[in-house]
Design a protein around this ligand. Structure first.
Ligand code: SF4
Length: 274
């Protein structure tokens, strides 16, 4: 155990995924707390996608807070990116807009794993009788595969944190189930669902605790640079690592199998709404 990580450091799907991507990237961002020194991509497409995703996300949040649909439509229609209005209209026309039960949008939950806080801020938590679902809104350009999403840290951290917050691992809840539901605004008919049960949460807990304990055990020099230099092309810390000097173009991002390899990409870099 080193003292690089303070006892109150909160782990999340984002920083754990960053560690999986590259230990040095985790160190630079979360231990050294360095700001992004390099542009991620050489054109504005990535930034536009991210910002449009953020605004769509805000509209959906406001919808669940009870804002009038007509008012939100007006805001969406006035958005400089026409995709926002399309996504929002698609959302309103989908079953997602009329979910029943107790709905908690943008809810933050925290538990403790390996002596550290582990948090999950979910887009929407739905508790409808015995049906408990975690919804995640996406605006991806390509539909990720189920197998890709299953490997994502998010698909493990969120159910683990929620199951603990709701005491679903306790005796009497042996048959409890959580559904992680990814809804893509560009592919509204192709919702991806990942159910999980007590045995899964136990596995997630072991896996995530092992990751956290590994991070806590590393000395500064053990936060090594990824051996896969291809990853550096997408990383803002390139200049710190003497890796690739030229930012990739966002259209090259589309041409690669990045989405197939989402598990390799830190969420904060490629999640459509940041
Ligand atoms: S440039 Fe490469 S080695 Fe350096 S932090 Fe980023 S991914 Fe890791």
């Amino acid at each position: 155990m080193t003292d690089l990580i303070s006892p109150d450091f909160t782990f999340s799907q984002s920083n754990l995924q960053t560690f999986d991507y590259c230990r040095r990237r985790f160190y630079l961002r979360y231990v050294k707390k360095l700001i992004w020194p390099a542009q991620l991509v050489s054109d504005q497409q990535y930034i536009q996608d991210r910002e449009a995703g953020v605004r769509f996300h805000r509209l959906v949040h406001q919808h669940f807070l009870g804002f009038e649909a007509s008012l939100l439509r007006k805001i969406a229609d006035g958005d400089p990116d026409i995709r926002v209005a399309t996504w929002f209209e698609t959302f309103l026309a989908s079953p997602m807009a009329t979910l029943q039960g107790k709905l908690e949008p943008e809810a933050l939950f925290t538990t403790k794993i390996a002596g550290h806080p582990l948090s999950a801020k979910v887009d929407l938590l739905q508790i409808d009788g015995e049906n408990i679902s975690i919804y995640d809104w996406k605006t991806s350009r390509h539909l990720p595969k189920l197998s890709t999403l299953q490997k994502q840290t998010q698909s493990k951290v969120y159910p683990l944190v929620i199951s603990r917050a709701l005491n679903l691992g306790q005796p009497g809840y042996e048959t409890a189930r959580l559904r992680m539901i990814y809804w893509e605004a560009n592919f509204p008919g192709q919702t991806i669902e990942i159910p999980s049960y007590q045995n899964d949460w136990k596995k997630y807990q072991l896996e995530i605790a092992a990751s956290i304990e590994l991070i806590l055990s590393l000395r500064r020099e053990e936060f090594v640079a990824t051996p896969d230099e291809k990853k550096c092309a997408w990383c803002e810390y390139r200049s710190y690592c003497q890796r690739e000097k030229i930012a990739v173009d966002s259209k090259d991002i589309e041409m690669t199998d990045l989405l197939e390899g989402l598990t390799k990409i830190p969420a904060e870099a490629f999640d459509s709404w940041g």
